[in-house]
Structure formats: C-alpha cells, structure tokens
Ligand binder design. Structure first.
Ligand code: UTP
Ligand code: MN
Length: 583
C-alpha cells in the first residue's frame, strides 16, 4: 500500500460521512447526533442503519455493516481499498499522492491499455476479413452480435502481423513486448508475434480496460489455448473472464456462475445466462472470490462431473471456507459426463439449464459428502476421524450461524455430542491478547470489565484520552496493549474521530475488535463519560499495580531481583499506598 497515512487522515477529515451517505441514501435526523435510514446493505422495512456525525462512523443494527467513509465506498460501490480512496479523493477534489515508483508505473499503464485496445481492433478487423475465422465461429454457433459484444478476433498466421501493424518504432515494440503481444527473438534482432492463427478472446478487467488475451487454435494443436503472460496489466490469478460483460448487462448480479472456459461464458451469455464468469486456466483463488463477492452473494461453481471435477471442487471449497459468512450462498453444480456448459446450454434452453441450479449441492452438503467418503462412518474410529477432519475445516469459519449449523450437522453425522464438539472447537482457539471475545454482558445485565469499558469509550470518544494525566503502568491483561496503542495514537492526534481511528487497524487481526468496541452499547449519558472513563482507568491502574507487584514478589521468592526491578517494585508499592490513602 503506497498511499501515505497522512493523506488518508486528511481525506477522512475533509469528507463528511453524513454528507457522503446522504448523496446515496436519504438520511433522516432522529436522535441526538445520529442519522437514520433504511440499510443499503440488506433488505429491510424499518430504518436500522445509523450514521454518527461526531464519530464519522456508520453502523447497521440489522446486518452489522459498519465503517467510515472509506468503508462505505468499499461496500456500497464495491471497490477495493485503493479504489475507494481514489474515488473519495475525487469527490473531495484531492489528488492521491503515491511514492515515486508507483507514480512512474501508473503513468505508463494508460498507454499500455490503449495499445491493447488497438491490438484488439486489429484482431477484430482481421476476423472480419478471414473466412476461416468466420467459419470457425459460425461452426461453434457464436452469433455476430456476441462476437461483437465480446470483441472476438483473429490473429493471422505468420510471424509479424501485429509487430508490423503496431510496432513501428522501437518504443512501440518495447511496449508491445511488455504487454506480451510480441516476443523478443532469442538470436538475432527483432521480435515475433506471440499469437498466430488463433481466435482471439480479449480479456477485460472489472472496469472494462483491456488487459490480456486468450487465443484458441482453430484446428488441432498444442496448446489449445494460449494466454497472455503475466504482465504489468495482467495477473491471471486475479482476473475473471466475462465479469465486465456480466456486470454491464445486469444492474444487480443476484448470482454468478463460475465456469471453466472462455467458450462456456460466451455460449451461456448468448443463451441468456449473462452472469457467468471464468477463471483463466487457473484454480480459483482468494482474489477471484473476493472480487466476486463484491458483486454477488450467491455463487454457483460449475464443474465437470468426473473425478477431476470433484477434486477441483474440493480445492475451491478449501479456498472459500475461511471467507464464508452468513450472507453468502455457495453451491456446487456437477455436470453430466462429457458435457461442459457450452455443449449443454446448446442442447437445452436457458430455463432447463437454470433448473440445474436447483439440484446443485450446497456447500455444506458437498462438504460432508466428500469427507464422509473418506471414512467409514459405521465404525467409531471412522466417525472420530471424520469429525476430526471436519472440525479442522469448521474452525476456519467465522463464528457465525453458518459455523453453528455445520457443527450441529457434524454432531448428527458423527454421532458426537454437540457440546463436546464445541469444546473441541474452542480448545485451540487463537488466544491472541488483542483479540477480545465479546460476550453478551449487556444483555445479561452485567457491566463490561473496566478494560473493555475503557477501550469502548476511547474508541467512541477518542478525546477522552486527553484527560489522562499520567502514563499507565505495564500489565499482562489481554487487550491492554490495544489500550496503550489507542492512547498513543490519540495523544498524537488529539482531534481524531472514531472513523479515522479505525484506519489504523484496517486489514489487521484487531479490526473486528475495534469495530465491536465502536458500536458497543454502554448506556452512559454524555455528561458522565469522562468520570466513567477515568474511573475505569483508575481501576485498571490498581489491577495492573497489584498484578505487577504480585509478579515481582513471586519472582523475588525464587531469585534475586535486578536493581531495576527492585526500584520498580518499591515505586509500585508506594504508588499503591498513595492510591489507598486517596480513596
Ligand atoms: P478446456 O480444455 O476445457 O476447453 O479448457 P474448453 O473451454 O471446453 O474449450 P473449447 O470448448 O474446446 O474451445 C478450459 C479452459 O482452460 C484454459 C482456458 O481458459 C480454457 O477456456 N486452457 C485450456 C488453457 O489456458 N490452455 C489450454 O491449453 C487449455
Ligand atoms: Mn468446451
């Protein structure tokens, strides 16, 4: 990430999250400094979406969506982080600074995209002039309209067509080579065309910029498909063929079907299934899925029905597991032997093909089915093995409903007590000191611990940190390092608000904790905040002192303390006396 933090803070200071959201959904003023609306991120009749001006933070009581202005752009406009910063900066009339190398690289890219477009135009032109290419497309049943929409083309036979057309100068040749369209000769001088006598499939990124090509041989030969190499424009493991067209065709992508081939996407599209995308000859990656889930919450994987298809599906399941949450629906469709979506959709119509989705396996069914095949569930040993391997996967899921559902199902299938499975699941939980487990204390009428209260108040009203008169003592309490870090950041930026504060933890393991703190209900009136905060800190102070004193005393019983430790101990004991006298 090359965007300097100072810029992000400036940007968040300049953009008001209330104004920003109000341009997308009308906000109503309701209580105190909060605005309300119907949530744009889930379907609802009542207004549970709240936006706080002082916190510069939004939160939905219905679906839990939350964040600052950048998060709103990410969620609402389906952007990634740099894109969201870019878009907000445009709104604010600011320019995103980047480090020198990034500027240089980015400056060159528009020229390279443009060159790609010129190449696609050349190939399209050649296709229209070449009977062999037209006949091939016809024989595969591809209509003229689809050819145009997907800009299918033809790279002529011979070694120098594109090089001659577009590589007039040495600079142009270098650029063509940089985007993988021509290749430098090993011996001697000059370049030759990478794609020769092939049907060309231009590949767009999600914004419609041309980034690469796939080229199919017309007759027999190897390789059947030749793809652009990895270039500054093109990263195979990130891109999805057809996403741009699908998104252009459909205002909302309610579901997306993920297939294997270029021809599958095109044939489905021509038959009215305009929401198919394909990976580019690679297995599904986290990058692919992250991108897709910005557009849709229902994903149907489409695989061959054979052993290879099952293996590929299992691999995809493993990639998707850690990303699953309660809002996503994932299914696995296995096709009849010897068919692919292209051949199948030509035989049946759109309706029949879409009916297959009804019979697709849900993620959980496919999960248990596959694991079940690997163990004999009629023996105790087999069931134990089955449960152990299932638990290994279930552990990776976020602790949401979907995890509970799988756990329940596992309990039935393995005939193991649910409570036992739950304790197994917890046993080697990540006990990271800064990831705090939130229980429903408030619901049970129990007050949160001093530490949690201090953390929550600080995140919600950062200016409270400026009330602290002395540094906090060291402590081993979980969550304590987070408190120190918060105080440090706020004391360096005394006017920081919640939304901006959260940026410090974007993408880090503490992020969900900070988000929960930001929306924790404490029911303390505005006027009492300062006293409650200082009270909580005082308690913590006492706890840490006691713990520190106990630790050093215990150590002293075993070995000699260092000079430093002795001093520390006497300082803490004196401090404790002083505190006791004050109470
Ligand atoms: P398939 O071999 O299943 O071909 O490759 P297909 O999509 O059915 O193609 P047609 O119908 O014969 O034209 C599936 C995908 O795997 C990648 C391509 O992305 C292709 O669409 N692939 C395949 C390659 O990258 N290189 C190859 O040589 C073959
Ligand atoms: Mn095919």
């Amino acid at each position: 990430m090359n965007i300097p933090r100072e810029f992000i803070e400036l940007l968040l200071a300049k953009v008001d999250v209330v104004d920003l959201i109000n341009t997308h959904i009308p906000l109503r003023k309701k209580s105190g400094s909060n605005y309300f609306a119907r949530c744009p991120f889930h379907n609802e009749k009542s207004a549970s979406f709240s936006v706080s001006q002082p916190k510069q933070f939004y939160y939905c009581f219905g679906c839990g969506a939350h964040g600052n202005a950048i998060d709103f752009m990410i969620q609402h406009d389906r952007l990634n982080f740099p894109e969201a910063v870019e878009a907000l900066a445009r709104l604010a009339g600011m320019e995103v600074p980047r480090d020198a190398t990034a500027v240089k690289k980015n400056d060159a890219l528009p020229g390279l995209h443009e060159l790609m477009t010129k190449a696609a135009d050349c190939y399209y032109d050649q296709m229209r002039k070449t009977k062999r290419a037209i006949d091939y497309l016809k024989q595969r049943g591809i209509s003229g309209a689809i050819t145009k929409q997907f800009q299918l083309g033809y790279a002529p036979a011979g070694w120098a067509y594109l090089n001659d057309q577009l590589g007039k100068t040495e600079t142009e040749k270098k650029q063509l080579a940089e985007i993988g369209l021509i290749i430098k000769k090993n011996e001697g001088q000059g370049y030759y065309d990478r794609f020769r006598d092939r049907i060309m499939f231009p590949i767009h990124d999600y914004r419609g910029r041309l980034i690469g090509f796939g080229g199919r041989i017309l007759d027999q030969g190897e390789p059947k498909y030749l793809n652009s190499p990895e270039t500054p424009l093109f990263q195979k493991g990130h891109e999805l063929y057809g996403l741009y067209q699908a998104q252009k065709q459909n205002r909302n992508l309610d579901r997306v079907i993920l297939v294997e081939g270029y021809m599958d996407v095109i044939a489905l599209f021509q038959h009215g299934i305009t929401y198919a995308v394909a990976t580019l000859g690679t297995a599904t990656t986290t990058h692919h899925l992250e991108r897709l889930f910005r557009y849709t919450s229902e994903l149907i994987f489409c695989f061959d029905g054979d052993e290879a298809g099952r293996t590929a599906a299992w691999r995809a399941l493993q990639v998707i597991f850690p990303m699953m949450n309660d809002t996503l629906q994932v299914k696995f469709l296995f096709l009849p032997d010897g068919e692919d979506p292209d051949s199948l959709v030509r035989k049946e119509d759109k309706t029949a093909f879409e009916q297959r989705f009804e019979t697709a396996l849900s993620l959980s069914t496919f999960f248990f089915q596959t694991l079940g095949k690997q163990s004999d569930l009629n023996t105790m040993e087999g069931r134990a093995r089955f449960a152990a391997s299932a638990l290994g996967h279930i552990k990776q899921l976020p602790p949401e409903l979907f995890q509970s559902i799988l756990l329940n199902e596992l309990s039935k299938r393995a005939r193991i007590d649910l409570a036992e499975l739950k304790s197994q699941l917890k046993s080697n939980d990540d006990t990271d000191s800064n990831v705090i487990v939130f229980t429903k204390e408030a619901a049970k009428g129990k007050a949160p611990t001093s530490l949690k209260l201090a953390l929550a108040l600080l995140v919600q009203q950062p200016s409270l940190a400026n009330e602290l008169s002395e540094a906090l003592p060291p402590s081993q309490l979980p969550g304590y390092p987070l408190l120190l870090k918060l105080i440090e950041i706020i004391q360096q930026n005394p006017h920081i608000n919640t939304g901006t504060l959260m940026e410090y933890w974007r993408g880090q393991k503490e992020e969900p904790t900070i988000a929960k703190l930001a929306q924790m209900e404490h029911l303390i009136p505005e006027s009492g905040l300062k006293n409650e905060f200082l009270g909580a800190i005082r308690k913590l102070f006492g706890l840490s002192l006691n713990a520190g004193i106990d630790r050093l005393l215990a150590k002293a019983a075993q070995e000699d303390l260092s000079e430093e430790e002795k001093q520390e101990l006497s300082r803490w004991i004196a401090k404790k006396k002083e505190d006791n006298n004050n109470q």
